[in-house]
Write a protein that binds this ligand. Sequence first.
Ligand SMILES: [Zn+2]
Length: 207
Amino acid sequence: MKCNHCKNPVKEQDVICEWCGREISLFQSNDDMHPVNKFEQELREIESKAREKFQERIDNINSNSNEGIVGKIFGTTNYEQWDEDYEEELSQYVYKLHAKAVANFVLPTNPKLLKEVLELAKNNYRLNKVAFWDDDEENKNKLLLSLAWLNLSKVVKNKLGIENRYSVVDKLVNYLYKNSGLKWVIIVFSIYVLLFVIIGLINYFQE
Ligand SMILES: [Zn+2]
């Protein structure tokens, strides 16, 4: 690898050229080979491949229905159509595949690129974060994906030497996500406590 200003040899993890002191730019922001761009492109490809697969499945169902020409002409044959259920099933499938891709992402060595990966991971974690009160079963795969992004940001931070500072609340919420039984125990318990407080207050003001 060579410096893009003075053409002297530099290492991949260098941010500043040791020869000319100028910043090394490994990639243009719109470069296809840029690791972050490439990764985002791969995620988009995964989604479109999954969509193709689903469309094939629907086409197969339709070509295998043997109601014949008469049924088709008079519209009595039920054509399988792309509907909300398919869309939902597809997004669940894509969440799962994306989670797998994020978990298998190979980190670049350059600190500048690592910071870009960290930004990407943080943004996607925020985007896919599941609310505490959302249904667990429905959001299982989305949760899987958000945790994969969170984990990626942790790994990058470790590589960059940034300390992971998570508040007690963050830790607790993440723990409860993974143990949804306990989550409901706490929710029910909180409702009971609230109820007792209300009853207590009512009694207090009645006296
Ligand atoms: Zn240089």
